[in-house]
Design a protein around this ligand. Structure first.
Ligand SMILES: [Fe+2]
Length: 219
């Protein structure tokens, strides 16, 4: 049985990132104004099982390499800074080299609003770190399974690492091996949860059993 390393929450400052409050506001506004609600059918995507047939996610277009729908240049620059600053530290956390992902899914912003249910439980196709721009007053915690055997959302919830997101931090965890989900946000919460998920190419994946696992979720 393979045990998960405890997730780490590192500050932007620790990874050499300095983002002004104005730029944070810009990023948050961009996420809120452009993220689109998408239905995730659990019979199409290979998710961890839960009692629902589908769930929802709010995503922006991937801003770094989606040529048809470019975000404002300042947003692209900020997301690029987050992407690059996270890469080395995330590689150290995982203990294996990572390179930039040349696909349109290199970075995607995810939004969770008050009243949103928990997300699907899933494995990431590529190793992904979560940078937090804004968080709600309560809820929206990240749960990461402690074992690779946890394959239902309930099992993940019962035996998991819980990460409380904080603005200007990055959650590092091995989401390509350990199932995870973002918890519901109570309707009574104030504020919203906005984050940038950054995904990287893991060369070791090409020769590991993970390369053939059947899941579909990208981040
Ligand atoms: Fe994920």
């Amino acid at each position: 049985m393979s045990l998960a390393k405890d997730p780490e929450l590192v500050t932007f400052k620790e990874i050499g990132l300095s983002i002004s409050s104005q730029d944070l506001l810009l990023l948050g506004l961009w996420v809120v104004s452009t993220a689109k609600l998408q239905k995730v059918r659990h019979d199409v995507h290979s998710t961890t099982k839960d009692s629902r047939n589908f769930s929802f996610t709010r995503k922006t277009v991937p801003p770094l390499n989606y040529p048809d729908q470019r975000a404002p240049q300042r947003v692209i620059d900020l997301v690029s800074e987050i992407y690059d600053a996270t890469q080395q530290r995330y590689s150290e956390f995982l203990g294996r080299p990572l390179s930039a992902l040349p696909t349109r899914y290199a970075a995607t912003a995810i939004l969770h609003l008050a009243g949103d249910q928990e997300t699907e439980g899933h494995l990431d196709y590529h190793p992904s770190a979560n940078a937090y721009i804004n968080v709600p007053s309560t809820g929206g915690h990240l749960y990461v399974a402690k074992t690779e055997q946890a394959r239902t959302l309930e099992a993940v919830r019962e035996d998991s690492h819980e990460v409380t997101p904080e603005p200007c931090t990055v959650a590092l965890f091995d989401g390509s091996r350990f199932a995870h989900f973002v918890d519901a946000i109570p309707a009574s919460a104030t504020g919203f949860r906005a984050g940038i998920n950054t995904s990287y190419w893991d060369p070791s994946r090409a020769t590991s059993a993970q390369a053939s696992h059947p899941r579909q979720t990208v981040q």
